[in-house]
Structures are given as structure tokens and as C-alpha cells.
Write a new protein. Structure first.
Length: 260
């Protein structure tokens, strides 16, 4: 169609990549904000490894995305031999880091981001740290309080931790939050690359399934019923926080696309 003189075309929507590692760990509470003003492509290597690998290669070759969300999963970063699709997640992360695209990594996604930045992931038990499962406060550092993304998760409202692995702060990264059990709960690297160890995407649609299906649920402080009660108490504020963070992410993806 020929453009009429003086007419303006609508701005292109940002293209976001969501790397998912397990069916029970979806985009969740982040979905409304991300899909409202951006187009989202999912990479799900755990379902169709060959197709996903080709998809990842095409995305890297084209550079046709403006930001990436990397979700969690029950596997460890160090289990790539058993779960080879993790290597594709790392390849895509490394490409996004080279390009400077916005990145949001959650739990396993945060650990994959750390690995891509040169800080290996290991079981917390190697340092005498127990699994961390339950709703606990994220203890913001001074840098975290001043950070527009991390400050959304300031106390008193707790967040859901569900992990047993951890890592040291990557070189050049800023520590944004700790927890009562682990020295690293959130970090930022560069302009808009975040790793959050907690599950800010969780909804009450999915929490019961996690409790039923994940072996880590046995480590929950106070047991399954208390975990459900805490989830219900935090559901509204969790949704508000995820919406605000999702909007920040989409805005930075738009700025990246426009070269700002």
C-alpha cells in the first residue's frame, strides 16, 4: 500500500523473546504488561529441542528481537548434559548481552544470566545453605533502594523464593538484594539486565501446581497450607509489582529498538 503524503505509520511494536524451561513455569503475572504493547515469541526447547535450536539460531542471525525474559525451571544450570536446551538458552543470553538488549532473568533464568556473565552456578549446599522455599522479604541494598526495578520489591511485602542453587555476584554487576538465607537475591548488570532469584511471575493459578508437583515443596517453611495462605495474601501486590516491572521492561525494549 502506498503511503499518503503527510500520513504517519504506527510505530512498530517491540519484539520480545521469552525463554521458557518448563510447562509449570510460564510468564504468569508478567504476561498482561508484556503482551499489551509488544509482540512476544516463546522459545521452548524442552518441548521440541531441534526446532527450538533452529529458532534460536535464526534469532541470533537476524538480531530480530528487542528484549528477552528468561524464566525458571526445576533443572540446574550445571545439568546441560541432561537438559541440552539450556545451551540454547545460554547462546541466546550471550547474544542479548553482546547486543545490549534488555534482559530479565528469573530464578533459573537469573542463574543462567550469571553463568553467561562468567559467574558459575552451584548448589547452595556446597556452602551450607539450605533450599529456600517460601515467601520471604527481599532485603534491598542501598543500590537496590535506588534502583527503579528493584525498589518495586521493597519490604514489607515478601516474595516467593523457590530454589536450591546460587552463584556469586558476576564481575561488574551491582548487588540489589539479599535474603535471610542467601547473600544474593537480585542483581543488575549494565543498563537494564536484571537477575531476580525470586519468582515475581507466580500467580495463584500456578502455586498449587508447584506445591503438588515440585519436590522442593517439601522444603517449604510452615508446610503447604501456609505456603498457599501466604500466596493468597501476596497475590494482589505481586500482580501490581509484576505489571509495573513489565511496563519498565517494555519501555526499555522500545528505547533499545529506537537506539535511545
Amino acid at each position: 500500500m502506498t503511503e499518503t503524503a503527510g500520513a504517519q505509520t504506527a510505530p512498530r511494536r517491540s519484539h520480545l523473546i521469552v525463554v521458557q524451561h518448563h510447562d509449570r513455569v510460564p510468564l504468569g503475572a508478567l504476561a498482561p504488561a508484556l503482551t499489551l504493547d509488544a509482540d512476544v515469541t516463546f522459545v521452548r526447547g524442552y518441548r521440541a529441542p531441534a526446532e527450538a535450536r533452529a529458532q534460536v539460531r535464526a534469532l541470533i542471525d537476524s538480531g530480530g528481537y528487542d528484549g528477552m525474559v528468561v524464566l525458571g525451571g526445576p533443572m540446574g544450570v550445571y545439568e546441560a548434559e541432561r537438559f541440552p536446551f539450556l545451551l540454547d538458552s545460554l547462546s541466546l543470553l550471550e547474544d542479548a548481552l553482546r547486543r545490549g538488549a534488555p534482559i530479565l532473568g528469573l530464578c533459573l533464568g537469573s542463574q543462567l544470566l550469571s553463568h553467561a556473565l562468567g559467574s558459575p552456578v552451584f548448589p547452595g549446599s556446597e556452602r551450607g545453605l539450605p533450599p529456600e522455599v517460601g515467601y520471604f522479604p527481599a532485603r534491598l541494598t542501598g543500590e537496590g533502594v535506588a534502583d527503579p526495578a528493584a525498589t518495586l520489591y521493597a519490604e514489607p511485602d515478601p516474595v516467593l523464593f523457590w530454589h536450591r542453587d546460587t552463584h556469586d555476584l558476576p564481575d561488574g554487576a551491582v548487588l540489589l538484594a539479599t535474603s535471610d538465607r542467601y547473600p544474593l537475591a537480585a542483581f543488575r548488570w549494565g543498563r537494564w539486565t536484571y537477575g531476580f532469584q525470586f519468582h515475581l511471575e507466580i500467580t495463584m493459578e500456578w502455586l498449587p501446581r508447584w506445591i503438588e508437583e515440585s519436590p522442593l515443596a517439601e522444603e517449604a517453611e510452615g508446610g503447604a497450607q501456609e505456603l498457599l495462605r501466604a500466596g493468597g495474601r501476596c497475590a494482589a501486590v505481586n500482580s501490581e509489582r509484576a505489571t509495573a516491572l513489565g511496563r519498565q521492561f517494555v519501555e526499555h525494549a522500545r528505547a533499545f529498538r529506537e537506539g535511545l
